[in-house]
Design a protein around this ligand. Structure first.
Ligand code: SF4
Ligand code: SF4
Length: 263
């Protein structure tokens, strides 16, 4: 099996970013210690997650949280690819990351030619829009790949106008203000935060900026079988948490958010 075939078998959209291109933008985190000593290449993989509209009936969580926990899916698929690569290149290191990563994932994906960065800070791919999860394999294997030109979205500003919490502006994306971060906060929320969550109607995350984005208009649905078979669109207070994107935050926060949205 070649590297291309291995990666094709785990992801419908992937590319190579030379490590050199992102080495000055690494994110400080514990996972950084797992980087190979002499990293050369970042294999960036997309995992699309958009389902058929019929799967979103009575949805009260962000679309990304309707499917089974993407960390588990991305890591399992990337580890499978890394294992195959380790057999072909026994002298090299292949380290898998997803979300908890020292790699600036969107930037690396753009340099790998996978899409453009939106004003909402997300990667927007041509086929799947921004409804993709990202993960990567960092290796000390030098893979021939020229960095693609860094692209940004068409800048239509529709996400800026639609964002209820003013998290997106011309000067950038303020993660702290985003409903994704607000719905993850512990403790008592401010009246303003509760109002924003109630109006959005999501007890976990928010999709408004993605749903208004014209570059998402014809986004293709996922073909990933783990996602196709796992939809839970409405989260209730007695819901199962294991294998869900919100499991790590615990039942207390989810229950608080459900109460706020149903007040
Ligand atoms: S997810 Fe919602 S709150 Fe966050 S930036 Fe997008 S529209 Fe704004
Ligand atoms: S809505 Fe417009 S400005 Fe916002 S990410 Fe999409 S294309 Fe870019």
């Amino acid at each position: 099996m070649t590297l291309d075939k291995i990666m094709d078998s785990i992801s419908p959209l992937w590319g190579i970013c030379p490590f050199e291109t992102i080495k000055d933008n690494l994110i400080e985190c514990r996972a950084k210690s797992r980087l190979p000593e002499n990293p050369e290449s970042v294999i960036v993989a997309c995992f699309p997650y958009l389902l058929d509209e019929s799967e979103y009936h009575d949805r009260n969580v962000s679309k990304y949280a309707v499917v089974t926990d993407y960390h588990e899916v991305a890591v399992a698929r990337l580890e499978k690819a890394a294992d195959m690569l380790r057999k072909i290149y026994p002298e090299n290191i292949f380290s898998v990351f997803a979300d908890n990563s020292p790699i600036p994932e969107v930037r690396a994906a753009c340099y790998a030619g996978l899409g453009a960065r939106g004003m909402n800070s997300l990667l927007i791919t041509k086929k799947y829009g921004s409804y993709v999860f990202l993960g990567e394999i960092v290796t000390d294997l030098k893979i021939n790949a020229n960095p693609t030109e860094f692209k940004t979205c068409i800048g239509c500003r529709q996400c800026i106008c639609a964002c209820p919490s003013k998290a997106i502006s011309e000067s950038g994306f303020n993660e702290k203000n985003c409903l994704s971060a607000i719905t993850q906060k512990k403790g008592e929320l401010s009246d303003e935060e509760k109002k924003l969550m109630k109006e959005c109607g999501c007890v976990w995350g928010c999709d408004i900026c993605q749903d208004v984005c014209p570059m998402n208009k014809n986004a293709a649905k996922t073909e990933i079988k783990e996602f196709l078979s796992s939809a839970v669109s409405q989260v209730l207070s007695d819901c199962d948490l294991p294998h869900r994107a919100y499991e790590w935050r615990g039942r207390k926060v989810i229950e608080r958010n459900i109460n706020i949205c149903s007040e």
